[in-house]
Design a protein around this ligand. Structure first.
Ligand code: CO
Ligand code: ZN
Length: 333
């Protein structure tokens, strides 16, 4: 599984430019599904039909393929690339960062001089240096997108990479699909697009699938490093069952189903209340006439930095939980 995590996290696919990661995932799930299609927004929709019976309930499980990034907005006379952000990129994470454009070209990020060297620069003061000597010499055009450049790092149980958010959710979905032998549900795993700019791929794919219930698989914040307060989630204590985040209340029936299933299968889990942020589940919940949804979260340190950290045990337990949920249907849902 570490190899798969490395492959997925080292692929460059900021929001809207998911074709590279989609092809990597498609190759990985080849032969595991009954139906694979790509919709107009680029969502990869992977269906696993119910083992028996007609009129099975459709369940949608979303993990987003995209990652935060940058987009070139202006090339100055000296060949420096000015940029704006795609999704929640913090300026303090960009200072000195290496980035790679979708085309493969690398660059580094720096800033204009600041009033005080300890100030945090704003994005409009920053630029990407791609080694160009002039505008004519600059290989980057306005509109080209980039993402953090950072190789995968294996620290044993703890794994570090850019874009653990949410390639780790994609890994959980892929491994759950691989492990799933039988299910009474009509299962739609959706590898969604454009989550980081407002859960847009989940919105259209959920409309198309019209699920009876669903959940997302995504990272969540952490409370187990110095100075962190008001978060219970910790690495290595199990996947988190979301009760609330900044944009959604999970359906209590889904929460109950997840907790009972985890306890029955003796899978460790944590209860999650996230103060800010949300996931694809919010879009799924509000589609059409509404859908009961929840979310399984992988606790992740340093989310939206170039070095996001997860614990492999949480990933493995999340896979077990997804498979257990699909084998233990929620009564009345
Ligand atoms: Co994110
Ligand atoms: Zn995410």
């Amino acid at each position: 599984m570490k190899k798969l995590i490395q492959t997925l996290t080292e692929t460059f696919s900021p929001s809207g430019y998911e074709s590279a990661i989609r092809e990597v995932i498609r190759a990985e799930i080849d032969g595991l599904a009954d139906e694979i299609r790509v919709d107009a927004l680029g969502n990869l929709i992977v269906r696993k039909k119910p083992t028996k019976g007609k009129d099975a309930r459709r369940i949608m499980i979303a993990a987003h393929m995209d990652e935060i990034g940058l987009v070139a907005s202006h090339i100055d006379d000296n060949g420096f690339v000015r940029f704006t952000t795609i999704g929640g990129v913090y300026p303090q994470m960009l200072m000195g960062a290496r980035v790679r454009f979708y085309s493969g070209l690398p660059g580094i990020v720096h800033t204009e001089p600041l009033d005080k060297p300890t100030d945090t620069p704003s994005v409009d003061k920053m630029f990407i240096d791609v080694g160009a000597k002039s505008r004519a010499d600059c290989p980057i055009k306005v509109g080209e997108v980039a993402a953090f450049e950072r190789p995968f790092l294996d620290l044993g149980d703890r794994l570090v990479a850019k874009s653990m958010d949410d390639r780790i959710g994609c890994v959980v979905a892929i491994e759950a699909l691989r492990a799933l032998k039988s299910t009474p549900y009509d299962v739609y795993f959706v590898f969604t697009t454009q989550e980081e700019i407002g859960t847009r791929g989940a919105e259209t794919s959920a409309f198309g699938i019209d699920p009876h219930l669903g959940f997302s698989i995504d990272v969540t914040a952490w409370g187990d490093t110095p100075g962190r307060k008001n978060f219970d989630m910790a690495l290595g204590k199990g996947p988190a069952i979301k009760i609330k985040d900044g944009g959604m209340l999970s359906d209590p029936r889904i929460v109950e189903w997840m907790i009972q299933t985890a306890e029955k299968a003796k899978i460790p889990y944590q209860r999650e209340v996230l103060l800010g942020g949300t996931t694809d589940a919010r879009a799924m919940q509000l589609v059409r006439a509404g859908v009961p949804v929840g979310c399984i979260s992988i606790p992740c340190r340093y989310v939206h930095s170039p070095s996001e950290m997860v614990d492999i045990n949480d990933v493995q337990n999340a896979v077990k939980l997804v498979v257990a949920l699909l084998g233990n249907p929620a009564s009345g849902l």
